[in-house]
Design a protein around this ligand. Structure first.
Ligand SMILES: Cc1ncc(COP(=O)(O)O)c(C=O)c1O
Length: 366
């Protein structure tokens, strides 16, 4: 018999919507008709980068390990962020960076203070490392409750998790709030900026003054590379040196690195995708906001949080799936809400029409 370690006796693992194939089978829709609006990924496939990779593939030294210092990619990140390459840690997605931070700073007897509702992997990574997750509710407007966060911090706090823009609310944390928390809390303050490009707001200007701030970013969102699994952390060099002590030596493939390096050398293209997504977010938010009974939260990311005032979000979620639209049902995290990723213009228009017709039906029947 095998059993999970005792610190995880009451552990709630990560959960996600089913695969497109499973949903297609269950609802009798074609897999290629399915539009994934649940994962906050980009609708723009980077075909140019893939073609350039394909040309390089025959000569790639896949028999060897990658350069485990990931120097070339760190230099690209350095150009992109304006920070020294020594202030960059590379990970297999933002998730691995989150896990590395937790491995470095958390253990049994320590706690992680997490501003919620937010990305569930902060709690999960903290608990996997046997730490207590101290969840601090955000204020009703969605902003972080800085006073309560600081009240929750004690001598055993190993990490504070902020997320800006926050998943799933789309709200950013002000530099003033981040600075106050970092100045008063004697522990690492993680600012997850997975959706940074959509907001244009970042805490990187604070890194030189606050060695306890760690910014985590990813190429899974604006850079359209969720399948390649590349993320990075930015912090003062002394902090990056600590994180490097615990990171796995070779968690990125040379294929992912090649794609990531290409992506970082074409940030103008990424900017155009981001501009298109932000324009679509505004259009979609304004259109959905006119449907009676749905409240759309203003978002600085590539998704919208919809609160259903007169309908059951679970039923709407199900009906959308029947039409091939997969949204994220936030269930009990934020009652009666769905999180919807902004897709390409055509899919957004179709989604809006479908939602509108479902809600009308729902008004009459559900
Ligand atoms: C806030 C946040 N951080 C990190 C991640 C994970 O990013 P990655 O794909 O780089 O592991 C996500 C994914 O949805 C996210 O929403």
């Amino acid at each position: 018999m095998v059993s999970l370690k005792s610190s995880l006796n009451n552990f709630i693992p990560y959960s996600w919507e089913a695969s497109s194939e499973e949903i297609a089978r269950k609802y009798g829709v074609k897999a290629e008709q399915i539009v994934r609006m649940d994962l906050n990924t980009s609708p723009y496939k980077p075909s140019r980068w893939l073609r350039s990779l394909a040309a390089k593939l025959p000569d790639m030294a896949v028999n060897l390990y990658p350069d485990t210092s990931y120097r070339r990619f760190r230099e690209k990140v350095s150009n992109y962020t304006g920070l020294s390459a020594d202030m960059v840690l590379v990970g297999n997605g933002g998730d691995e960076c989150i896990m590395i931070v937790c491995q470095a700073f958390l253990e049994k007897g320590r706690n992680a203070v997490i501003s919620i509702p937010t990305y569930s992997y902060f709690r999960i990574a903290a608990e996997i490392n046997s730490a207590e997750a101290r969840l601090v509710e955000r204020k009703p407007d969605g902003s972080d409750d800085v006073d309560k966060i600081l009240e929750a911090v004690d001598k055993n706090t190993g990490a504070i998790f902020l997320c800006s823009p926050n998943n799933p609310t789309g709200v950013t944390t002000s530099l003033q709030d981040i600075r106050k928390i970092a100045a008063e809390a004697p522990c690492p303050v993680i600012v997850d900026e997975a959706y940074y490009e959509y907001s244009g707001k970042t805490a990187t200007s604070l890194l030189s003054s606050y060695p306890n701030i760690i910014v985590i970013r990813t190429l899974s969102k604006a850079f359209s590379l969720a399948g390649a699994r590349v993320g990075y952390a930015l912090a003062a060099e002394e902090t990056i040196n600590i994180l490097n002590k615990v990171r796995p030596p070779n968690s990125l493939s040379i294929i992912s690195l090649a794609l990531a390096e290409k992506a970082m050398s074409q940030v103008d293209l990424v900017k155009r995708w981001v501009e298109a997504t932000v324009a679509e977010r505004r259009r979609l938010a304004s259109a959905i906001g006119k449907i009676p009974g749905i409240v759309v939260k203003e978002s600085e990311a590539n998704f919208l949080l919809l609160t259903f005032k007169t309908h059951d979000a679970g039923k709407i979620h199900e009906k959308l799936m029947e039409k091939g639209f997969i949204t994220r049902n936030l269930g009990n995290t934020i009652p009666n809400t769905l999180r919807v990723t902004v897709a390409a213009p055509k899919a957004n228009r179709k989604f809006f029409k479908t939602l509108q017709s479902i809600v009308k039906v729902a008004l009459g029947g559900l």
